[in-house]
Ligand binder design. Structure first.
Ligand code: PHE
Length: 347
């Protein structure tokens, strides 16, 4: 881990590198405020581990890492560009060990700022700065492909027409995901905590809005968590009235036992690090591996068939889908290297 307190803003910059076994550690930059610094550290560590599994499962030549910029409660947004440039310097100092992209709280415009000092290790810059733009639409395409495969597994139906999908979080990924689902004739409802987002989809587009406190007990076919992690836990799982969970949020399970809790309830779970890999796949491919657009798209669409193999493996071995997905990823990772003690550097 690289940890730095940014003196001018009092923000904490945390870069967690979980594995470089398959290539440079890559993962987005999350920027938000946290309860305290340990909470931010823990988030960075868990997210970095998730990236290792994501990259391995997606068969990309990348390891796992994540950055968290924990903002102070009174953060002055005018300080944002300079903070991002200092963060870019830190990435540049790591000399390619860590590559980044957008995540919760950061955009392609932010990537442009980070890349001013952090190049060439910054993905998803805007087109005007030579990047491929937001990773949200590609992540949404992958989740959509995953929802198709998930629905087909439980219903033997290839069409999503009339299927009730509840999207939690109509943001960078949830928004384009809803567009795809609507196009396919699904019956889409959504939840969000931001008034402007609620107005856009409920009032302007006429979608059914589910208040945040009612999300877990709302009946639907597929629940798609596309906001923050930890939403599948001992308290919410008993309340769920869905047949499957498939969404883009990272770290949806609060603890490992939640995979068994879902399984015991007969709810099919699409492991988050498999179904939400579309952005990482597309951006790494387009910007670092030289793939043309067509290849990036077809590789993102492999998420559905990959999930199907995971469902088959889980069913055949009598294990959870989470366990099957981890096995699949671990087959690409040398087990001995995964248990190293973390290195801590304070710069
Ligand atoms: N934040 C994203 C994720 O969690 C997307 C991303 C990762 C984009 C790595 C580019 C590179 O996967």
């Amino acid at each position: 881990m690289v940890i730095r307190r940014d003196a001018p803003t009092d923000a904490w910059i945390i870069i967690a590198i979980h594995s470089t076994r398959l290539g440079p550690a890559a993962g987005g930059t999350r920027m938000k405020s946290y309860l305290d610094v340990p909470a931010a550290l823990q988030d960075a560590l868990r997210l970095a581990e998730g990236m290792t599994y994501k990259m391995a499962a997606a068969e990309l030549p990348r390891g796992g890492g994540k950055a968290v910029i924990a903002l102070p409660p009174d953060f002055d947004t005018a300080a944002r560009p300079s903070l991002l440039r200092r963060y870019g310097e830190l990435i540049h100092q790591l000399g390619g060990t860590y590559h980044t992209g957008p995540d919760v709280g950061t955009s392609s415009e932010d990537m442009d700022l980070i890349a001013e000092t952090g190049a060439p290790y910054v993905h998803a810059r805007t087109a005007s700065r030579g990047g491929s733009g937001s990773s949200g639409p590609a992540t949404a395409l992958g989740v959509y492909s995953g929802i198709q495969a998930t629905w087909e597994w439980i219903s033997a139906q290839t069409s999503l027409a009339g299927v009730r999908v509840l999207v939690q979080g109509a943001g960078t990924v949830g928004g384009p995901l809803m567009d795809r689902l609507l196009e396919a004739g699904a019956q889409v409802s959504f939840s969000d905590v931001e008034e402007t987002v609620v107005r856009r989809y409920r009032d302007e587009r006429g979608l059914t809005f589910v208040p945040p406190e009612q999300v877990y007990e709302t009946e639907c076919d597929i629940f798609a968590p596309c906001a923050l992690g930890g939403v599948l836990n001992r308290e919410t799982i008993p309340r769920l009235k869905c047949r499957a969970v498939a969404g883009s949020a990272n770290n949806q399970l609060a603890e490992p036992e939640d995979a068994e809790r879902l399984w015991a309830r007969g709810i099919l779970y699409a492991p988050d690090f498999v179904v939400n890999a579309g952005g990482a796949i597309a951006l790494t491919g387009l910007e670092a591996l030289g793939w043309p657009e067509t290849e990036a798209e077809s590789r993102v669409k492999e998420i559905g068939p990959r999930l199907r193999r995971i469902y088959e493996m889980a069913a055949a071995q009598g294990i959870t889908t989470e366990a099957a997905a981890r096995k699949m990823a671990e087959a690409r990772l040398e087990p001995g290297r995964m248990n190293q003690m973390p290195h801590v550097t304070v710069l």
